[in-house]
Write a protein that binds this ligand. Structure first.
Ligand code: NAD
Length: 283
């Protein structure tokens, strides 16, 4: 990504004093985005199921002079999420940007084709639904709460930034439920975008390719290890759609996609800055 200093300054000033709520910010991409936003003057409200790692994130954000409050939050619990949003409202009085980022990976195949005995008829299906619960249903909870609280905020720049994946755009076998969940996130984002722009809420989805975090399983990490870092940076892609931008024809449209998994093209304002958080973990 090539941002001029002038552009970076413009993006940074857009984040100043914005209240940014991020789930899954105890590690990886969520933590990187939180640190980047804090560096640029945002107030952070962060939640994660891993309380001790979350406290470490809070300490690191405070160590760079950032403003942050953290609370344990299992995103699969509606009550935990309500409590995190309420903490943000009690502490800062409003919320500008919500990033439902918490997620898990999964490598299971949909069917075990090798062992299924066709003669005895279909066996009861027991897919692991955890990726759907954490990566999709919980994101729906976050989106519901985001719309509720962002609507009441009269400020400009209200945004929901979904964390999709390259698995939102293509198959990535094995990992059928992961791919299903991430396609679902992109579908949710696209549809929601059409409804909430009426309230001045913008919706974007960042779709990373591999970033070397805890979620990445050993085979993928080996693949990452074989790639030159410059290339790894380039294959972090992103999709933005439906912004409350001056051109209404872009509402609901995907207008920035990874180009041959090559060029990182992300159009517009503070989202550029948030996505640089992902770059920092690749450095
Ligand atoms: P990570 O494992 O470093 O971070 C995920 C965080 O989510 C962890 O801190 C974990 O404790 C938290 N979490 C897990 N279950 C939770 C729950 N029930 N409630 C609250 N928090 C919970 O992985 P990451 O790579 O930083 O993943 C962040 C997001 O990025 C995920 O949505 C993931 O699908 C997406 N993503 C990652 C990659 C990649 O290559 N790393 C690629 C595409 C998309």
């Amino acid at each position: 990504m090539s941002l001029t200093d002038k552009q970076l300054f413009a993006h940074a000033s857009r984040l100043r004093d914005k209240v940014v709520l991020i789930t899954g910010a105890a590690s990886g991409i969520g933590k990187a985005i939180a640190l980047e936003a804090a560096k640029n003057g945002a107030h952070l409200v962060i939640g994660d199921i891993d309380e001790s790692a979350l406290q470490t994130s809070c300490k690191e954000i405070k160590a760079i002079g950032g403003s942050v409050i953290g609370q344990r939050c299992d995103v699969t619990s509606w009550d935990d999420q309500v409590s995190l949003f309420q903490l943000a409202m009690r502490t800062y009085g409003k919320i500008h940007i919500v990033i439902p980022n918490a997620g898990i990976s999964e490598r299971a195949r949909f069917n075990n084709l090798d062992t299924e005995d066709l003669g005895s008829g279909p066996q009861p299906m027991k897919p692991d639904l955890k990726p759907l619960e954490i990566n999709l249903i919980s994101v729906i909870y976050s989106a519901r709460l985001a719309v509720f609280y962002l609507r009441s905020n009269p400020d400009p720049g209200k945004t929901i930034v979904f964390i999709g994946s390259i698995a939102s755009l293509m198959s990535l076998p094995p990992g059928c439920m992961y791919v299903t969940s991430k396609h679902g996130v992109l579908g949710l984002a696209k549809n929601l975008a059409n409804e909430v722009h009426l309230f001045g809420i913008r919706v974007a989805t960042i779709c990373p390719w591999f970033a070397d975090t805890a979620i990445v399983y050993p085979a993928a990490r080996r693949l990452l290890g074989n790639l030159p870092m410059a290339q790894v940076r380039h294959i972090v892609g992103s999709v933005i759609h439906s912004a409350t931008d001056p051109d209404p024809s872009t509402h609901g449209a995907v207008y920035a996609i990874p180009d041959d998994l090559g060029a990182f093209r992300i159009e517009g304002d503070e989202l550029d800055l948030l996505s640089t958080g992902m770059y920092n973990i690749l450095k």
